[in-house]
Write a protein that binds this ligand. Structure first.
Ligand SMILES: *[C@@H]1O[C@H](CO)[C@@H](O)[C@H](O)[C@H]1NC(C)=O
Ligand SMILES: [Zn+2]
Length: 392
């Protein structure tokens, strides 16, 4: 009897020890708790929201502002700035406030003086990685440390070279919209980034999926796995609700539709945009996205004219607002009816001066290429890149 008790005691000791070791190893491997199905009672705004098509704040569709998220990806340079000037500068919503647009900026070939100008004009500057490296699959399996360096550190890099406040940089879009499981969201949490705008949904399109948090299990379909499955309180998912192309297939970015109207035909493109918009506007008013690369607009003037016409139409609708993606997430956190939203004073930006320098030639340590970079700071000694974001 005594002998058995002794054995049990020893087994127990071993059990506790082994559990401790497992827990420590799991902790070090960054293993996260799995997300559980969402409990609407436990998950409340402004910090938590279940992944659902319900309108925030329990508003009816007609009391809900229809937000439009126009976004451009990749580097900002003097060529694409011309399109931005033509298409969006000085554009206002029907309440007289400046119409928002978000830029997901990658570092290589970006002119940071133009980033400073876009910021001062009230547009949102967000992250799209330093390297934007290929292949796409690299992003699917990137480690925590790799994503810290390529996305997390881009926040400081952007703030430094564009001379804008780091705390105004809050958004992320992953290159190629390639999700990296829990990892990019862990990085966002560490670097105090508010939302991700990379994750397309086709199944939760009509009614549309509103932005939500990852405290609990996501109900969203996964286009480019792996998608996050851990519970990661903090960052928001701003889903990219897909369009439907003329053959009935989903497209996450407008320039990625496999079928489309004739790109010389402005009227057909205008109708195509309106059809997709109306699914939102006459539905649950989940944010409508026009997600595109500037090159597509520049290559097809009729598409640009159709887009400008669409923006002119919505800029005259009392309940439609082009807004920076971050401001749409802020509205979701603290939803107010459309009349209250309309009547708000316009937000203003404290302008940030650009002490301009044009720096180069700087040799990329990763590729031996020589670069010139226009920035709003003193010139770095080396070409800024992953692992050395400020080019020290
Ligand atoms: C994300 O975290 C959950 C919970 O720890 C885990 O089950 C899942 O495998 C992780 N995803 C990836 C792609 O590592
Ligand atoms: Zn890109």
């Amino acid at each position: 009897m005594v002998r058995i008790q002794y054995l049990e005691h020893e087994t127990m000791k071993w059990f506790i020890l082994v559990s401790l070791v497992v827990a420590v190893v799991a902790e070090e491997a960054g293993e996260l708790p799995s997300a559980e199905p969402c409990d609407v009672e436990a998950c409340k705004l402004p910090e938590c929201r279940c992944s659902t098509t319900d309108i925030p704040g329990g508003l009816s569709p007609r009391n809900t502002p229809q937000f439009v998220s126009l976004t451009f990806d990749d580097s900002v340079n003097i060529l694409n700035m011309e399109t931005y000037r033509r298409l969006i500068f000085n554009r206002r919503n029907s309440n007289g406030c400046p119409a928002g647009t978000t830029f997901y900026v990658s570092h290589e070939y970006t002119n940071y003086q133009l980033i400073n100008e876009l910021y001062n004009r009230g547009y949102e500057i967000a992250l799209h990685s330093i390297s934007h490296r290929v292949p796409q699959t690299w992003w699917a399996t990137a480690s925590l440390e790799e994503l810290r360096q390529d996305i997390g550190d881009q926040k400081e890099q952007m703030a430094h070279f564009a001379n804008i406040p780091a705390n105004q940089i809050k958004g992320v879009r992953l290159p190629f919209l390639q999700m990296s499981g829990n990892t990019s969201f862990q990085v966002m949490k560490e670097y105090e980034l508010l939302y991700d705008h990379s994750w397309p949904t086709a199944s939760l399109r009509d009614p549309g999926l509103w932005p939500y948090t990852l405290h609990h299990e996501s109900t969203q379909d996964c286009f480019a796995p792996p998608c996050p499955t851990a519970s990661i309180p903090g960052p928001w998912v701003f889903p990219m609700i897909t369009w439907i192309d003329p053959n009935g297939f989903p497209c996450s970015m407008v320039d990625a539709c496999t079928s489309f109207p004739d790109r010389e035909d402005e009227n057909a493109w205008f109708a195509f945009i309106m059809q997709n918009f109306e699914r939102h506007y006459f539905g649950n008013r989940a944010p409508f996205g026009f997600y595109v690369h500037e090159g597509y607009i520049r290559a097809y003037p009729a598409v640009e004219r159709a887009l400008a016409r669409f923006l002119n139409v919505i800029n005259h609708l009392n309940d439609v607002f082009m807004a920076n993606a971050v401001d749409i997430v802020e509205w979701v956190k603290n939803p107010v009816p459309v009349n209250e939203y309309r009547a708000r004073p316009c937000k203003s930006v404290t302008p940030s001066f650009c002490p301009a320098s044009s720096c180069g030639p700087l040799i990329g340590q990763h590729n031996q290429m020589s670069y010139w970079i226009p920035i709003c700071n003193v010139c770095p000694a080396n070409y800024p890149w992953v692992g050395n974001p400020l080019g020290r």
